[in-house]
Design a protein around this ligand. Structure first.
Ligand code: URA
Length: 473
């Protein structure tokens, strides 16, 4: 019998290396015991690994990914199960894809349980602000997962809270982040100070609680009771449940609230009949596009946002699709991205009175989040449907040069969906045979961090200046 001890952290990598070496010698699963208790006394019990064996060892990518997840399960048998699976894979590559196989079934249920636990960790870790006078704010949290998921779950917080120092303490160990994550053995549960962020959680929770939709079983399944003791907002639950009937009665008495103003405009528009005769003028085209139902975006958007500017412009600027402001006002480029575009046009000496500005897609695409409407990028099908209008607009305006801002516009105009980075600043040919200069979309620049934004803005301005030069030539 060979005994392998695995360290407390970096266990999966250690298991993978040892398992590869053992499998290279075709050592049977029953001849290996695995331990991941890192107490010194246990360490003495470990056997040296045999030298690399003569047999090749193959493992599919899917198996390795499942194994990495299962490695965080709390079942002490997991290492032996994974090694048994690795040995079986050498003669039977397909068994791991067969859900009826008992070993596959067990491993995939273990993987599912770990993934669910990681999901709960991401949702239910609550940070407390810690006192300190360093340059970055610092936070701590206590969390009690079901499995050993600290290493698997912590990188999410490093991405999300990259600009603060934090630690997450669990019974398994502690993850600390100060730019990089380090792990340490467990310590007694820290006594974190109460802080303002908890009042914020409570306010948020009280606001999203809908007394007319109480489903206590669903609430418990989403937020199992065992997490409650560490969640500031759960203190409110008994009181809110008790108060729910009174609030529902008050809602009934208050009656239905008015639909937002834009809803009436959407209904009126959708009730208009389509007209499919080919329009001869931009005005007629605009009128017809106002009733467009070529794709589903028309159902939620307030109105079609048609192009604006000089109907005989030598330059056509094409963006992606209207945003929230454009949708409400019915004109393109009036929101934050439009303001950046106008400032940059000014710098580049481009006169808006001699430009036709439009979008590849004429309806706002969004997903509602509370009262906000969050922009979404139109998909290829929506872009293709809306190309009918863009082609029409281009036939009527006949620009000498087109500026495509962003990947959606570049795709709509050229049919090419390849990444923008190597194409930016270059001239390509539109599907209708004209020159098109490719550049960034201004809303991308608004989303970048300040240093990257500065570089992208300089490139955007250079592209607009190049457009002005081409028009003057
Ligand atoms: N972004 C676009 O692509 N177009 C607009 O009209 C506004 C923002």
């Amino acid at each position: 019998m060979i005994r392998i001890d695995l360290p407390r952290f970096g266990r999966f990598a250690a298991w993978r290396d040892a398992a590869r070496q053992l499998a290279g010698n075709r050592i049977a699963a029953g001849d290996v015991t695995w331990a991941d208790d890192d107490s010194p006394a246990e360490l003495f019990g470990a056997d040296p690994l045999p030298p690399p064996g003569p047999h090749p060892v193959a493992a599919t990518r899917d198996f390795l990914s499942l194994a990495q997840t299962v490695a965080s399960h709390s079942d002490p048998e997991r290492w032996a199960l994974l090694y048994a699976a690795l040995i079986r894979l050498q003669d039977d590559r397909g068994f791991i894809a067969n859900p009826a196989d008992p070993l596959t079934d067990r491993l995939s249920r273990m993987g599912k349980s770990v993934r669910r636990d990681i999901h709960k960790m991401h949702a239910f870790v609550r940070f407390h602000e810690l006192p300190g006078n360093g340059p970055r704010r610092s936070f701590g949290a206590w969390f009690e997962p079901e499995h050993l998921i600290l290493e698997a779950g912590a990188p999410f917080f490093a991405r999300r809270f990259a600009d603060m120092d934090w630690l997450i303490a669990t019974p398994e160990g502690i993850a600390r982040f100060d730019g990089t994550i380090t792990y340490a053995p467990p310590a007694p549960r820290p006594d974190f100070p109460a802080d303002a962020s908890h009042t914020l959680w409570q306010t948020y929770f009280a606001n999203i609680f809908n007394p007319a939709r109480i489903k206590t079983d669903a609430m418990r399944s989403e937020m199992p009771r065992k997490y409650w003791k560490n969640l500031p907002e759960t203190a409110l639950i008994p009181e809110m449940l008790a108060d729910a009937p009174r609030r529902v009665q008050a809602m009934r008495e208050a009656g239905a609230s008015e639909a937002p103003a834009f809803a009436a405009r959407v209904t009126a528009r959708i009730r208009q009949l389509p007209d499919n005769s080919p329009p001869e003028t931009l005005e007629a085209a605009r009128d017809q596009a106002g009733r467009c139902t070529r794709c589903d975006l028309c159902h939620a958007a307030t109105q079609t946002v048609w192009g604006k500017g000089d109907p005989a412009a030598p330059l056509m600027i094409v963006g992606e699709a209207p945003g929230d402001q454009e949708d409400l006002q019915g004109r393109p480029f009036v929101g934050p991205a439009g303001q950046l575009l106008h400032r940059t046009m000014d710098q580049a000496g481009l006169d808006p009175a001699r430009i036709w500005m439009t979008n590849a897609v004429k309806h706002f695409k969004f997903t509602p989040r509370g009262k906000r409407r969050i922009h979404q990028t139109p998909n290829a099908g929506e872009v293709r449907q809306c190309r009918w209008w863009l082609d029409l607009e281009r036939r009527l305006v006949q620009p000498k040069l087109t500026l495509a801002m962003g990947a959606t516009a570049a795709f709509a105009l050229t049919g090419d969906r390849s990444p923008l980075t190597p194409r930016r600043g270059t001239l390509e040919t539109t599907l209708d045979g004209g020159p098109v200069l490719i550049t960034w979309h201004p809303s991308l620049i608004l989303r970048l961090d300040p240093r990257q934004a500065q570089d992208a803005q300089a490139q955007f301005a250079a592209d607009l200046t190049q457009a002005a030069r081409l028009l003057a030539a």
